[in-house]
Design a protein around this ligand. Structure first.
Ligand SMILES: Nc1ncnc2c1ncn2[C@@H]1O[C@H](COP(=O)(O)OP(=O)(O)O)[C@@H](O)[C@H]1O
Ligand SMILES: [Mg+2]
Length: 253
C-alpha cells in the first residue's frame, strides 16, 4: 500500500466533457471494505464515473486513485493489473448466451493466471453457491430472469478474486424478491470477503441496505457526498424529491 493515498478509491477534482460537461470538479472517496452508492438522474454521469475507476475513460482534468495508486496516466498494461483487483458487473451482465452458466464462469476462470485445471469444477461450484444459484448451472443465460443473470455476472466477477467490485444498477428491472437476494449477496461479499464496492443505483432500499456513504450527482457536481444515514437531512431540493419519489412509488412493506 502506498502511504501517499489513504483511500482505496478517490476522485480529486475530476472533470470530463463529452458533447457537454458530464463531470465538473467531482470529489469523493471510498475506503477499503466500504461501499459507496452513486445516485442521480439518468444521464448524469454515474456509469461514466465507474468507467473512470476501471480506466476505460480518462479524465480531462483531475486525478483518479484506485487501489491506492494514481491511475490517471496508467498505460493499458498497468491498467490490466489494476483490473485484476477491481472488476465491474455490467448492467447487461455481459454473459455469453451460447454458454451455460457454468461455462460462463469457467471462461473467466481460464483468463486467470494462477488458475488450476484440477479443481475447476470445485471452484465453479463454490462461486455459484456463494451467489446461491447452483441450481442454474446447466441453464443458458437467455432462459434466466434478469436477476439471476445479474447473480451469474457477480459470480463471474468473483472468479477473478477481486478486492473491489463495481455494480452498475444491479437491481434495475429485477423483481423485488431477486432484488432482495442481490442486496443480501452484496452484503455478504462485503462482510465475509471484505470487498470494497461502488454501486450505481436508483434503488434507495438497496442503498440503505449495502452502502456506508453516498454521492448524489447532479449537473456535473456531487451535490451530496457523505454518510447514507445523513442523506435525509440534506436541504437540496433534488435530494428531497428523490427520497419522496422513492417512498411514493414503493408499495408499503
Ligand atoms: N463514450 C462516450 N462518448 C460520448 N458521450 C458519452 C460517452 N459515455 C457517456 N456519454 C454521455 O455522458 C453522459 C452521462 O452518461 P452515463 O454516465 O452513462 O449516465 P448515467 O448516469 O445514466 O449512467 C450522457 O449524456 C452520455 O450520453
Ligand atoms: Mg448508467
Amino acid at each position: 500500500m502506498s502511504d501517499q493515498f489513504s483511500h482505496y478509491i478517490e476522485f480529486r477534482h475530476v472533470y470530463k466533457t463529452f458533447a457537454k460537461p458530464v463531470l465538473a470538479d467531482v470529489n469523493f472517496f471510498v475506503d477499503s471494505g466500504k461501499t459507496l452508492a452513486i445516485i442521480g438522474r439518468s444521464g448524469v454521469g454515474k456509469s461514466v464515473s465507474l468507467f473512470h475507476i476501471m480506466g476505460f475513460l480518462k479524465p480531462d482534468k483531475g486525478d483518479i486513485i484506485v487501489a491506492y495508486q494514481d491511475i490517471t496516466h496508467f498505460t493499458e498494461k498497468e491498467l490490466a493489473k489494476v483490473r485484476k483487483k477491481v472488476t465491474m458487473v455490467f448492467q447487461s451482465g455481459a454473459l455469453f448466451d451460447s454458454m451455460t452458466v457454468s461455462e460462463n464462469i469457467l471462461f473467466s476462470l481460464e483468463t486467470r493466471e494462477d488458475y488450476d485445471e484440477k479443481n475447476r469444477e470445485d471452484v465453479v461450484e463454490g462461486l455459484l453457491k456463494i451467489v446461491d444459484i447452483w441450481d442454474t448451472r446447466d441453464s443458458y443465460p437467455s432462459d434466466l430472469p434478469v436477476g439471476v443473470k445479474r447473480a451469474v455476472a457477480i459470480a463471474r466477477a468473483l472468479a477473478a478474486q477481486p478486492e473491489c467490485i463495481l455494480y452498475d444498477e444491479p437491481t434495475t428491472m429485477v423483481d423485488p424478491i431477486m432484488s432482495e437476494h442481490i442486496g443480501d449477496l452484496m452484503l455478504r461479499l462485503k462482510s465475509k470477503l471484505g470487498l470494497t464496492s461502488v454501486v450505481v443505483t436508483h434503488d434507495l432500499d438497496l442503498m440503505r441496505k449495502v452502502a456506508d456513504s453516498v454521492m448524489v450527482l447532479s449537473e456535473g457536481k456531487a451535490i451530496y457526498f457523505g454518510p447514507v444515514a445523513d442523506l435525509g437531512q440534506s436541504h437540496e431540493q433534488l435530494i428531497k424529491d428523490f427520497i419522496e419519489m422513492d417512498r411514493v412509488v414503493k408499495p408499503a412493506a
